[in-house]
Design a protein around this ligand. Structure first.
Ligand code: PLP
Length: 404
């Protein structure tokens, strides 16, 4: 793979920040966009812009065709049985809220348990906590070991027949841990629990196939995988989607409306009320084309090289504590330096052109578990280079001199 040529597809990377070449290492928060995605969105607005599903004129037909084509691409990309199992949302957060408010509200009783893990992003905690308050269901979690993996010692007690839904993150945004999704889903199925996989950090980074994994739901965000912000997708197994009541009501999701009552369309349209983010959906489709042309296996391998190199190099910095597993990990390294607060490290790095994130990364329970107020996180994508990681390490050494 010619990764340097691929990097040149991303115009934003070619700039100086604070007098230094930009080193963008905040990809777990949001990735950059290749020209192919930017051009697809511009083309849509310049040539095809119209509302979808409603009119019979040429532009609306073109917009609808491109929109529904993108649904097919998403479905194929994650191995759904049919594109009707793909619901467009604003992102991972909205996908989780949709399931909690529809499937959850219709199915949970006070005697049921919602199981999640101690490494969830707030967006995979708060919606379930709200649901537990409304339904009386109990919340339970799988603890995290010191090495950043799940403590599965008591899994058979935690994941028992009381569990109605087991929801967990595929790749942790704060540790880089890649959870054994297929095995955990199989265990949940064995006790009759529904499974929800938070794919925010995995879908753009490794091959994800929902039929192979066996999950009932999967949510992810376009902006973390080369697509535009404000759009994402929720996969739901059709047998479940068909039985779920709507969430938002409005245009597009109805079959018939009277002044007294309404009937609703089949999935996925039942869950897509109002005018959707048309250019976002089309841009997500272009991002998937782009990623597939590179190949998800290639991206995963390159990601792993970058994070292995980073961990090796960063271990040499005195006073560093690296979180997460020693071996195979997602493309990010979160760490704590004993000489400076994460916000100071991030500001220092920014003054040298290196973009990172510092704080709790929307995983406050995990920070409490590791007794840290926050960490600094360097997160990579396939357009990053080993030279950029070396530059990061150089800047961290300089930070040590500066702060001590
Ligand atoms: N889950 C994980 C693991 C994440 O990393 C994120 C975003 O950082 C989310 C959920 C929420 O994604 P979004 O803000 O795109 O809805």
């Amino acid at each position: 793979m010619d990764w340097h040529r691929i990097r040149s597809d991303f115009p934003v990377l070619d700039q100086q920040v604070n007098g230094h070449p930009l080193v963008y290492l905040d990809n777990a928060a949001s990735s950059q966009k290749p020209r192919a995605v930017i051009n697809t969105i511009s083309h849509y607005y310049e040539r095809d812009n119209a509302n979808v599903h409603r009119a019979l004129h040429e532009l609306s037909n073109r917009a609808t065709e491109a929109f529904e084509q993108a649904r097919k691409k998403v479905g194929q990309f994650i191995g759904a049985k049919t594109e009707d199992e793909i619901i467009f949302t604003r992102g991972t957060t909205e996908g989780i809220n949709l399931v909690a408010n529809t499937w959850g509200a219709a199915n949970l009783r006070p005697e049921d348990v919602i199981l999640y893990t101690g490494m969830e992003h707030h967006s995979n905690l708060v919606p379930w906590q709200l649901l537990a308050q409304r339904t009386g269901a109990t919340l339970r979690h799988i603890p995290v070991l010191d090495d950043g993996t799940l403590d599965l010692t008591n899994i058979d007690t935690l994941l028992n027949e009381q569990v109605k839904i087991f929801t967990f993150v595929h790749i942790s945004n704060s540790l880089g841990t890649i959870n054994p999704a297929k095995e955990l889903i199989a265990k949940a199925k064995a006790v009759g629990a529904v499974t929800f996989l938070d794919g925010a950090q995995s879908v753009g980074h490794l091959p994800v196939n929902v039929q192979d994994l066996g999950c009932d739901f999967l949510a992810f965000s376009s902006h973390k995988m080369c697509g535009p912000t404000g759009i994402g997708a929720l996969y739901g197994r059709m047998e479940l989607l068909e039985k779920m009541p709507p969430w938002h009501g409005g245009g597009e999701m109805i079959f018939k409306v009277s002044l007294e009552a309404s009937t609703y369309k089949d999935p996925p349209h039942r869950f897509e009320a109002g005018t959707p983010d048309i250019s976002g959906v089309i841009g997500l489709g272009a991002a998937i084309d782009y990623l597939q042309a590179i190949g998800m296996e290639n991206i995963h391998r390159h990601d792993a090289n970058l994070s292995n190199h980073a961990v090796q190099q960063m271990r040499g910095i005195p006073g560093i504590r690296i979180l997460g597993p020693d071996g195979h990990r997602g493309s990010l390294v979160a760490f704590h330096l004993d000489f400076a607060h994460p916000h100071d490290v991030v500001e220092f790095a920014n003054s040298h052109g290196v973009a990172m994130r510092g704080g709790h990364h929307c995983t406050q329970p995990l920070m409490k578990r590791f007794q840290m107020p926050g960490t600094t996180r360097a997160s990579f994508y396939f357009y990053n280079t080993l030279e950029e990681i070396n530059r990061l390490v150089e800047v961290l050494h300089a930070a040590r001199k500066f702060f001590t």
